[in-house]
Design a protein around this ligand. Structure first.
Ligand SMILES: [Cu+2]
Length: 578
């Protein structure tokens, strides 16, 4: 403990940063202060002047910082947080992944009424858990404008894995445009931020490579499904600057180490809308915790981190400098920092990988064996398609709007305003690292690799199963569960103490990180009783998964997709435990 230093924020001074790369990265105090520890905290939510892109802008932060200060807590303590709202609009702070009394969870209208302008709300939280978590506003779009920060809870019994040094890596996405403007653009045109749609140029290239007939068939089918194979992220690097502890790539946040040290890196995805694929060229990362909970160590080269997830890894650097490279899933940009033996060193930045292309599996036709991105379709030469090539079936399914012979639960859903696709053959994708990561020559973490270090606390089998479809209408930019927006849906009711299995089926073409407040989600990933405890679970496109929940905390809890705009546009439910 004595040898370990807790380091956060930029090692470089603001003055040094300002000259890097010839651009003015006047990030104000954005990253220099940084860590608050103890049991009592005075936090002030307010506006923060920033400059992430070369243009001055106003963020929302805590104590004059965005990200807000790292809150360093100890398991077993009860922390008291006086949170003052200096904004002109209501605000809130939710302690993501922290199991608190329901009225301390910080979700306006569910937990409390929110923190009104000029008001101070006092949270008190008894800490029964340890690990890496984060906090963020749960009011309107304040999270997108910078109101978030890291939480580290020291374990009372010490760490399972030895390490010498500790760095928080909080990844996020920043736009100079207001969130309201982003939503209005998406409502007007769902691919507003996608400049990579396949066009005449790629059509000719595909036609040359695969034949004209196959290419026409492919295009007709995607058009008929009202989907796009290039739709990876709704909001992209076209407007986002990706941040690493609040620093844009040019500012190069740097964390120090001495050769031979074991360094714990606490990765937090505090983005509003962005998934990141993280690697450190030249270093093996050993994953030791997921969403705050210890897992059996897994050595890997790369992992995908969904919005709101956290992973702790341990690395053993020996060279002078390494790039910590976090490319957005859609490859429109990256966050980047450096691990170095002294400030000012840099390591090469790798090129971004090719952008993923969605496939039949992502459309919910998992086992229909269409061979990657529908390359199996052969409509050339007027030959009748082989009986099981899929071509005929596809056409039928397209005509039927995707609603035919879906999974039993899916048959209840109707394609319409809130649902533009139903997964006909959703599959377990927990063994897949995620679109764009398979077969890249690196060891990439999958959910199946996560094995808790202790068996689950509740050995009872579930007494009931709740199946939910993750649905959307991409064209209208509407999102929901079971085709319903939050405003149209009844709460999910759990009896106190009940053991329930949630099964999620993703009918959309995007990953959704689904977050259940207040209760653990024990992912059923084939590890027997050693299910990893998570607070946020990525459901891959066309994927189906389940987790067990013990309803051991009474109250009203939020249950939602953690893509901010999906949540705000309907992918939200209330879970009532009573
Ligand atoms: Cu979502």
């Amino acid at each position: 403990m004595s040898r370990r230093r807790f380091v956060q924020g930029s090692i470089l001074s603001g003055a040094a940063l300002a000259t890097l790369g010839g651009r003015a990265w006047g990030m104000a105090a954005a990253n220099s202060a940084g860590v608050l520890s103890g049991k009592r905290f005075d936090l002030a939510i307010g506006s923060v002047p920033v400059n992430m892109t070369g243009r001055p802008a106003v963020a929302t932060g805590v104590n004059g910082l965005t990200p807000g200060p790292v809150l360093h807590w100890r398991q077993g303590d009860t922390v008291v947080l006086n949170v003052r709202n200096t904004l002109a609009v209501p605000s809130s702070i939710h302690w993501h992944g922290i199991r608190s009394p329901a009225n301390m969870d910080g979700v306006p209208a569910l937990s409390f009424r929110g923190i009104m302008p000029g008001e101070t709300f006092t949270y008190w939280i008894p800490l029964h858990q340890s690990g890496t978590y984060w906090y963020h506003s749960h009011s309107a779009f304040q999270e997108q404008t910078g109101l978030y920060g890291a939480i580290v809870v020291e374990p009372a019994a010490g760490y399972a894995q030895h390490f010498d040094r500790d760095h928080v890596v909080l990844l996020s996405d920043w736009s100079d445009s207001s969130p309201e403007e982003i939503v209005s653009n998406l409502k007007m045109q769902n691919d507003y931020y996608n400049f990579h749609e396949r066009d005449a140029g790629t059509f000719l290239a595909d036609a040359h490579r695969r034949g004209l007939g196959a290419t026409i068939g492919d295009r007709l089918m995607w058009g008929g499904m009202r989907m796009s194979a290039a739709d990876i992220a709704d909001v992209t690097g076209a407007t986002y600057t990706y941040l690493f502890n609040g620093a844009p790539p040019g500012a190069n946040w740097t964390g120090l180490f001495r050769p031979g040290e074991r360094v714990r890196l606490r990765f937090i995805n505090g983005s509003s809308m962005s998934f990141f694929d993280v690697r450190i060229p030249g270093l093996t990362m050993t994953v030791v915790a997921a969403d705050g909970n210890d897992v059996e160590p897994v050595p890997i080269d790369e992992f995908r981190i969904g919005v709101a997830e956290t992973y702790d890894v341990i690395v053993e650097p020996t060279a002078e400098a390494y790039t910590i490279f976090a490319q957005s899933e859609d490859r429109t940009g990256f966050a980047r920092g450096t691990l170095a033996t002294r400030a000012g060193l840099v390591a090469p930045i790798p090129p971004m990988d090719p952008r993923p292309i969605r496939t039949m599996t992502d459309m919910g036709m998992g086992t229909m064996n269409m061979g990657g991105s529908m390359a199996g379709m052969d409509m050339s030469g007027g030959k009748p398609a082989p009986a099981n090539s899929g071509t005929t079936g596809m056409a039928d399914k397209r005509r039927m709007g995707g609603a035919m012979k879906a999974s039993p639960e899916g048959q209840k859903l109707h394609v319409g305003v809130g649902v533009d696709n139903v997964a006909m053959d959703p599959i377990n994708r927990l063994g897949e690292p995620g679109d764009g990561l398979s077969g890249n020559g690196r060891r990439v973490l999958t959910y199946n690799d996560l094995r808790a270090t202790i068996a689950g606390a509740d050995p009872r089998p579930p007494s009931r199963e709740i199946t939910l479809h993750l649905t959307g209408n991409m064209q209208r930019y509407m999102w929901g569960f079971d085709g319903k927006k939050f405003s149209q849906a009844e709460p999910i009711r759990l009896a106190r103490g009940e053991r329930v299995r949630f099964t999620l089926i993703n009918d959309t073409m995007m990953e959704h990180p689904i977050h259940l407040h207040g209760l653990w989600s024990e992912l059923e990933n084939g590890q027997g009783d050693y299910r990893p405890y998570k607070h946020t679970v990525i459901v891959q496109p066309g994927g189906k998964l389940s987790y067990l929940v013990t309803a051991d905390a009474p109250g009203m809890w939020a249950y939602h997709c953690h893509l901010l705009y999906h949540m705000e546009l309907g992918m939200f439910r209330t879970v009532v435990v009573a």
